[in-house]
Design a protein around this ligand. Structure first.
Ligand code: BES
Ligand code: MN
Ligand code: ZN
Length: 498
């Protein structure tokens, strides 16, 4: 979708469709909708008086203007009760309007942006664009039949009034586009099947991004990683014919900014390995690289937004498959940290590849490490698919994530990392086991990771639940969600050093 900004008044602007928002049963119309109503001889206020359009949340109506306005059609979208309104409602309304307009086969529309309720034009434009673009996302690359039925909106014109407003709308639009493009990238990678999105493909994507934004990149082969001492990553990668890649992307290398390491689990398919999973729902395990996808997407967005930070993105990428070369239960692995791990289940592979990535990230002496991983089924049981499990060893860093979460509404919920849980990971033959009990599985996964970050402020986000969803939400279609991308970008935009 091509999004432009133009100076103009909605009641005077010729377009295929004009989109207008209204609260539920307002005392009086205000802002753009009021101006349109005046020009339209009270058409909208009459509708509302008669109860034909009430402005209830996501209530949506299409009207023909019959030449009463330069716009051919008007869509009215309800924002619900004013007292319950916030930017999340705004994003939802943008998405629902976008889906309605697209599904009606209309290719172009205009939307006036005017500040209200203490929200600036910039914030409103950014959130409108994010809600709209995320809501009309479709993954249809592999659909070959009836492609002519695929509908897309081609053009949106954001209308501004005064010159200084145009600048704010422009800034909001640009940020909204960058954020949405990042979420699209993550969703495409998650929705892409494992026979397409292999570790090599992830590495190529990262190469492309590095090239386009002059970032530094290093892609280690499994043999190099092994020679370096990454015995855990190498063990998981060796069971597969598809070569594993350990990807390191660096933005603002050598600059004096705070260094932040982002670590993403990149299992492009998790069969469980020798401890093979039941076949039911195993297809979902193509999403086991959602953490790596989020890291890659965030890195690209950070560079487009020119954030004043030194970011290191670490993405260990491999399949987890059974074969004659696969690692086995009972094996003892030597990790990059020097600590040894007894493998109880080859299905607890995420924490193994992350242990080496976390240990490697320490070489950059980061101010903070944030990892994202579809780590445990237990986290899905605990929190469902709405909520990210939030773990960490540093109050300030946890707060930064929680504050970003309030803004983006990617819900996080704190989970403990108390020492007592470490008991479950004690091994008779190695420093620890890779699996404890089924009970508290998400916490034990977090405890395992905590052994590889030393004293560095660190947060672990278990995104196993929300990485992909089966029922759509206002601006999240079914399938891969790109969860974590907006959260990370928001936290990085708000980053202040101490
Ligand atoms: N990738 C899975 C976790 C997962 C499960 C994500 C379901 C999304 C939905 C992970 O590698 C895994 O298999 N974890 C095991 C750990 C167990 C063996 C300790 C699990 O959760 O069963
Ligand atoms: Mn697994
Ligand atoms: Zn996994």
């Amino acid at each position: 979708m091509d999004i432009k900004i133009e100076k103009g008044k909605p009641e005077k602007f010729p377009c295929e469709l004009l989109l207008l928002f209204s609260f539920e049963s307002p005392e009086a119309l205000a802002g753009p909708i009021q101006n349109v109503d005046l020009k339209w001889k009270g058409f909208i206020s009459t509708l509302m008086k008669q109860g034909d359009f009430k402005g209830e949340l996501f209530e949506c109506r299409l009207y023909y203007t019959q030449d009463a306005l330069p716009a051919k059609r008007v869509v009215l979208m309800g924002l619900g009760k004013r007292s319950e309104f916030d930017l999340e409602t705004w994003r939802g309304a943008a998405s629902k309007a976008g889906q309605f307009i697209r599904n009606s086969g209309i290719k172009q529309f205009a939307f006036p942006i005017k500040k209200f309720d203490g929200l600036s034009e910039e914030e409103l434009a950014e959130s409108f664009v994010v809600g709209l673009l995320l809501g009309v996302y479709q993954f249809n690359e592999f659909k070959t039949l009836e492609r002519e039925k695929i509908r897309e909106i081609e053009e949106l014109i954001l209308l501004g009034d005064k010159n200084e407003e145009m600048k704010s709308i422009g800034d909001g639009l640009r940020a909204g586009q960058i954020i949405s493009e990042a979420v699209y990238l993550a969703r495409d990678l998650v929705n892409g099947p494992s026979n397409q999105v292999t570790p090599s493909v992830l590495a190529e994507k990262a190469q492309q991004i590095a090239k386009n934004h002059s970032m530094e990149i290093q892609v280690m082969e499994v043999s190099q990683a092994e020679a370096m001492g990454m015995g855990a990553f190498a063990a998981v990668a060796k069971g597969s014919q598809e070569p594993g890649k350990f990807i390191i992307l660096e933005y603002n290398k050598g600059k004096e900014w705070d260094t932040i390491a982002l670590v993403g689990k990149g299992i492009t398919f998790d069969s469980g390995g020798i401890s093979i999973k039941p076949s039911e729902n195993m297809d979902r395990m193509k999403d086991d690289m959602s953490g790596a996808a989020a890291v890659l997407a965030t890195m690209e967005a950070a560079s487009k937004l020119q954030l004043p930070l030194h970011l290191v993105g670490l993405m260990p990428a491999t399949e987890n498959l059974p074969s004659g070369k696969a690692y086995k239960p009972g094996d003892i692995l030597k990790t990059l940290s020097g600590q040894t791990v007894e493998v109880i289940s080859t299905d607890a592979e995420g924490r193994l590849i992350l242990s080496d990535a976390l240990a490697y990230s320490l070489r950059y002496q980061p101010k903070a490490i944030i990892d994202l991983a579809t780590l445990t089924g237990a986290c899905v049981i605990a929190l469902g698919d709405y909520t990210i499990g939030l773990f960490g060893n540093d109050e300030l860093l946890l707060k930064r994530i929680e504050e970003a979460s309030v803004k983006t509404r990617e819900k996080v919920w704190r989970m403990p990392l108390w020492d007592e849980y470490f008991e479950y990971l004690k091994s008779d033959v190695a420093d620890f086991k890779n699996v404890g009990t089924r009970a508290a599985g998400a916490i034990i996964g977090g405890i395992f990771l905590s052994k590889f970050v030393e004293k560095t402020p660190w947060v672990h986000l278990d995104i196993a639940g929300p990485a992909s969803i089966e029922k759509e939400r206002p601006y999240i279609p079914k399938g891969g969600t790109g969860v974590g991308v907006r959260l990370l970008i928001q936290m990085l935009r708000d980053w202040k050093s101490f």
